[in-house]
Design a protein around this ligand. Structure first.
Ligand SMILES: Nc1ncnc2c1ncn2[C@@H]1O[C@H](COP(=O)(O)OP(=O)(O)OP(=O)(O)O)[C@@H](O)[C@H]1O
Ligand SMILES: [Mg+2]
Length: 303
């Protein structure tokens, strides 16, 4: 890609990150092209490590505003899919597109720009222990030498989003496991990514805390139009993400409702990865009716 095109894209990305473009801004006009293009697309992706085939021709899409839950046994390639989306790994063959842009052959500087629209939530939160909560959340924008007022606004906004404004001056070792995880989410959201990836974000958390993490993912999906990939092996997470939706009530509070009999209110799909292939993609109702014995055993905890 020539320099001029790169600069043009850079400026577009910066413009899309002006304060107010993210979270609680319902005025932003919807860009039709962006709605039609999947946020993430894999086209016949193959990847092996030495002799081991990890992805054996994988194709899928994450539509705009959708949460795609990836299920699969340990070592089946879930984290590998996330690394491919971030451009940290390259496939042996096939194509990976982010917002319609083929990133498969991009150079590292070009990938850095693509990564600005992707937030990553790691297992364990992965905070820098020597930095305060504020500095951890600000990290990405500080690295990008963003304006200080902008950074301050973003950090406070994101800590408010994860309900941790009071922890702004604390150090990571003063926080509980769940709080660390929420700071990790605030850090991933700073700068307003349109795509967020969660890799086992609730591992090791007690059920109520795990639920708050799922609620954050649901808020992103339903109120912020963020597209996400959510890797988990915890079936409670699957239940929340496929049956609950978030809305703002008359008094302006965010509330969570169960879709109950009104199916299809939650924009979440489940994808099962096994032996290098996607063996199922669909809604949770379809999953339960699929008759796929392995999948049904997996979700009932027998695998
Ligand atoms: N850099 C690498 N070099 C060699 N093999 C690798 C590398 N990264 C991953 N693998 C192998 O690829 C396979 C898929 O790994 P991956 O981390 O994607 O699994 P996973 O589905 O995320 O598993 P888990 O649920 O345990 O996190 C594993 O067998 C792993 O050992
Ligand atoms: Mg993994």
């Amino acid at each position: 890609m020539d320099k001029e095109k790169l600069q043009e894209r850079e400026s577009l990305i910066h413009r899309s990150q002006i304060p107010g473009d993210f979270v609680m801004d319902f005025e932003t006009p919807v860009d039709d092209l962006n709605r039609i293009l999947p946020a993430v697309e894999f086209r016949d992706v193959f990847l092996s490590f030495d002799e081991q085939v990890v992805l054996d021709g994988v194709s899928f899409e994450v539509r705009r505003g959708e949460t795609k839950i990836i299920l699969g046994p340990s070592g089946c390639g879930k984290s590998t899919i996330i690394r491919l989306i971030l451009g940290l790994l390259k496939p042996d063959s096939g194509e990976i597109l982010i917002d319609g842009e083929n990133i498969t052959d991009l150079s590292e500087p070009e990938l850095m720009i693509v990564r600005q629209k992707i937030g990553m939530v790691f297992q364990e939160g992965a905070l820098f222990d020597s930095l305060s909560v504020y500095e951890n959340v600000a990290y990405r924008l500080t690295e990008q030498r963003a304006d200080e007022d902008f950074i301050d606004d973003q950090v406070r906004r994101m800590l408010r989003f994860v309900d941790l404004e009071d922890a702004i001056g604390k150090m990571p070792n003063e926080l509980s496991g769940g709080m660390r995880r929420r700071v990790g989410i605030a850090r991933a959201l700073v700068g307003g990514p349109s795509i967020v990836m969660f890799d086992e974000p609730t591992a090791g958390l007690d059920p109520p805390t795990a639920r708050t993490i799922c609620e954050l993912a649901i808020k992103l999906r339903d109120l912020e139009d963020v597209s996400s990939v959510f890797v988990t092996h915890e079936m409670n997470n699957l239940k929340y993400l496929t049956s609950e939706y978030a809305m703002v009530n008359e008094t302006g509070d965010v509330v969570f409702e169960d879709e109950g009999d009104r199916l299809c209110l939650t924009n979440t799909e489940v994808m099962m990865l096994r032996n290098g292939n996607i063996t199922f993609t669909g809604r949770d109702e379809e999953m339960r009716q699929s008759g796929d014995e392995y999948l049904l055993n997996f979700i009932s905890g027998r695998k």
